[in-house]
Write a protein that binds this ligand. Structure first.
Ligand code: HEM
Length: 422
């Protein structure tokens, strides 16, 4: 493998004073700051740009343990300053609304019940059957720009693919999917802000989903929403509100993450020509093994989710020897844990054939990503198809000129300009 992002001596970043967090440079390359934290302050209390104080957990062993610790609640009511967390723990501006009662904001036993019900409808089999459609969508998007010889892979490819895919899977009719794309675009561009366009988009989406669920109850199809309505466990069903919240979290959790997997993943391949050629050769030989381990490695090395979603201590506890008070917010830094040299050999190196790659990019424990099979399908299809159809794909900007979205939870590029032979 080859190195990216500064490379050099793996220990150099951890020396000297603490690099600043949440600045412009941090957004484009947070890894040196995370290396410093892992080394000097592995469980670190900090003030977030929103003003909320939270603990950052950066070592792999601590992160994995915290993700599975039932004393850390997902319910924002456990925050010692719940008013502060308003609009920051989940969907912007929707804290009290019905849509907030979703998997990422609840604990057992409610979580167990809802997760079991959704798992009956959102099965690996349903995802596997969806593979030809994902391939078709991927090809259609490439068809639209292939003759130009240039494209912005975020706007023209990584962004529309997951939204059309999840809409299809849920059963949103094709003629309504562009509305969804626009609402989702508003949310991704202005994510985090509780007011204005985002709130309006969320409201429209909620209204649309409520209506769609109502229609599917009367006229079920073989889509996921009909499956959610039908799913039952010991005679229990999802209520219409629960089904709407579930559809919304599937969209919300499955959208920007997948945009970033395709965006960050392609960017890393373009910056690591040796690894990219290796993958291209293996795909040309009809193999899929390197593609599969490769997409996992792209997730580990520069994954879409920089910090796991919020957790709150329900009682005093210690993480990595650090005492945490009841009510304190805890943020598990997946991006830091996945580069921990205690867990991964040569962690800053991209090695598409890496073995023993138990990364935390999809989380861990009871909230482990429900959409991982779909994300893998989309990530593998998107990357393999790009490399096959645009074999001389290259970056059309200096890496330093690329801008990253400054969101707290997600890590992803705003644009990814590329060139290729038309
Ligand atoms: C949960 C990552 C794609 C649906 C999670 C979590 C992570 C994650 C880290 C756990 C968060 C936490 O514990 O705080 C990713 C990544 C993706 C991806 C990296 C893409 C590469 C998807 C897709 C869907 C999805 C495509 C659905 C269509 C969910 C849901 C949860 C979740 C519903 C909540 C599960 C629960 O609380 O029980 N994801 N995700 N994700 N993800 Fe994903």
């Amino acid at each position: 493998g080859t190195t990216t992002d500064g490379g050099g001596c793996p220990h150099s970043a951890a020396e000297g004073p603490q690099p600043p967090l949440f600045t412009w440079e941090f957004a484009s390359d947070p890894y040196p700051a995370y290396a410093w934290l892992r080394e000097h302050a592995p469980v670190h209390r900090t003030r977030l740009p929103s003003g909320v104080e939270a603990w950052l957990v950066t070592r792999y062993a601590d992160a994995r343990q915290a993700l599975a610790d039932q004393r850390l609640s997902k319910n924002p009511e456990h925050h010692d300053e719940p008013s502060h967390a308003k609009g920051k723990t989940g969907i912007p501006g929707e804290r009290k609304a019905e849509l907030m009662t979703h998997l990422l904001n609840i604990d057992p036993p409610d979580h167990t019940r809802l997760r079991r019900l959704v798992s009956k409808a959102f099965t690996p089999r349903r995802v596997a059957q969806f593979a030809p459609r994902v391939q078709e969508l991927t090809d259609q998007l490439i068809d639209r720009f292939v003759a130009k010889g240039e494209a912005d892979l975020i706007h023209e490819f990584a962004f529309p693919l997951p939204i059309y895919a999840i809409c299809d899977l849920l059963g949103v009719p094709r003629e309504d999917q562009d509305d969804f794309r626009d609402w989702a675009g508003m949310m991704i561009r202005h994510g985090g802000g509780p007011r204005g366009g985002v709130a309006r988009s969320v409201k429209k989406m909620r209204g649309y989903l409520a209506e769609l669920i109502h229609r599917k109850r009367l006229e079920p199809g073989d889509d996921l929403i009909s499956g959610l309505i039908k799913a039952s466990d010991h005679g229990e069903h999802l209520t219409e509100n629960e089904a709407a919240a579930m559809a919304f979290i599937l969209l919300f959790a499955g959208f920007e993450t997948t945009v970033n997997l395709i965006g960050n993943g392609t960017y890393q391949l373009l910056r690591n020509p040796g690894e990219r050629e290796r993958l291209q050769r293996s795909l040309a030989a009809g193999e899929t093994g390197l593609l599969e381990t490769g997409v996992e490695e792209l997730l580990r090395h520069d994954g879409p989710v920089e910090l796991a979603t919020w957790r709150f201590a329900t009682e005093p506890l210690t993480i990595g020897g650090q005492e945490i008070a009841s009510g304190d917010p805890v943020l598990v830094v997946l991006a830091a844990a996945d580069r921990d040299p205690e867990r991964f050999a040569d962690p800053d190196t991209l090695d598409l054939s890496r073995r023993d790659n138990q990364h935390l990019g999809y989380g861990h424990g009871i909230h482990y990503c429900l959409g991982a099979p779909l994300a893998r399908l989309e990530g593998q299809t998107a990357i393999a198809t790009l490399l096959r159809r645009l074999p001389d794909l290259r970056l059309a900007a200096e890496p330093d000129d690329l801008r990253w979205r400054g969101g707290l939870i997600m890590r992803g590029l705003r644009t990814l300009p590329v060139e290729f032979t038309a």
